[in-house]
Design a protein around this ligand. Structure first.
Ligand SMILES: Cc1cc2nc3c(=O)[nH]c(=O)nc-3n(C[C@H](O)[C@H](O)[C@H](O)COP(=O)(O)OP(=O)(O)OC[C@H]3O[C@@H](n4cnc5c(N)ncnc54)[C@H](O)[C@@H]3O)c2cc1C
Length: 232
């Protein structure tokens, strides 16, 4: 697919963030009775989707991050994986954090936050209790020094590249354009850099009304392109 000269929405990066954003956006436009064709363009410098961090991730789907603000967002994300397990190659076998004493209080807090939003999990405390819980599941369990177990009942893992192939199919079926092997090199803006009006690439320039950046670890390059004076 060659680079169009214009699109309403340009998305930089065909990893999980770029593809998910395109999916949701296309779904919303479709639900509003609007056409999608030609309006959303994803650009990636690689010759395939999921060529960045998305393609090498372990695929663990959990709600176990130690930032309270993430809790609801992660619960929502898990529900998206659950919405189409086959397409996303998602295996809902739950997630366990099996911890030493040093981590007990932090994990306890995660459990309390999960309980507060109705995210189902079990928290086991104490060395003997933790061992019994694990032995009940794996009769050859042998790990020592475990004093807590947080068992999240939702969550699991996904085969990351297969998941992105499923997501990409949804995106393409909705009429999104994906342009690969095209590197974004800069931006044209107006209002003293306040609004991006076009994206420059090694294959030409594409005018846009909205720019969404899903560049993962390359985001620093994009900050520099947006604000040439930006430094670390
Ligand atoms: C080893 C590892 C294991 C991980 N395990 C997990 C896990 O188990 N569970 C979990 O939830 N998360 C995990 N993560 C984190 C997760 O992979 C990332 O948060 C997520 O994939 C980021 O997605 P993204 O779409 O933002 O970025 P990316 O997938 O990196 O996508 C960015 C895209 O931008 C493109 N791009 C960059 N610069 C340009 C440019 N100038 N022009 C055009 N295109 C450009 C790249 O080619 C790339 O395709 C892991 C990460 C790593 C590294």
């Amino acid at each position: 697919m060659s680079l169009p000269s214009q699109a309403e929405y340009v998305i930089a990066g065909a990893g999980i963030h770029g593809l998910s954003t395109a999916w949701r956006l296309a779904e919303r436009l479709t639900a509003d009775g609007e056409g999608v064709n030609g309006r959303i363009v994803i650009i990636d410098k690689a010759n395939r989707i999921a060529a960045g961090a998305t393609g090498i991730a372990c695929g663990v789907v959990r709600n176990n991050y130690f930032q309270p603000a993430m809790r609801k967002l992660m619960a929502h994300s898990v529900s998206i994986w659950e919405s189409d397990p086959d397409a996303f190659s998602y295996h809902p076998n739950g997630y366990m954090q099996i911890s030493c004493e040093k981590m007990r209080e932090d994990v306890k807090q995660i459990h309390a936050e999960q309980a507060a939003i109705g995210y189902e999990s079990v928290f086991i405390e104490g060395e003997e209790e933790s061992r019994d819980y694990m032995l009940n599941m794996f009769d050859d369990w042998q790990a020592q020094g475990i004093t807590s177990v947080l068992h999240e009942k939702p969550g699991g893992y996904a085969n990351n590249v297969k998941a992105m192939e499923g997501l990409s199919k949804k995106v393409l079926d909705l009429g999104v354009t994906v342009v690969l092997e095209t590197e974004i090199t800069g931006f044209v803006s107006e209002g003293n850099g306040q609004r991006v009006t076009a994206v420059e690439t090694d294959k030409g320039t594409i005018a846009c009304d909205n720019l969404i950046i899903g560049a993962g670890p390359w985001v620093r390059d994009f900050w520099r392109m947006l604000r040439p004076s930006f430094s670390n």
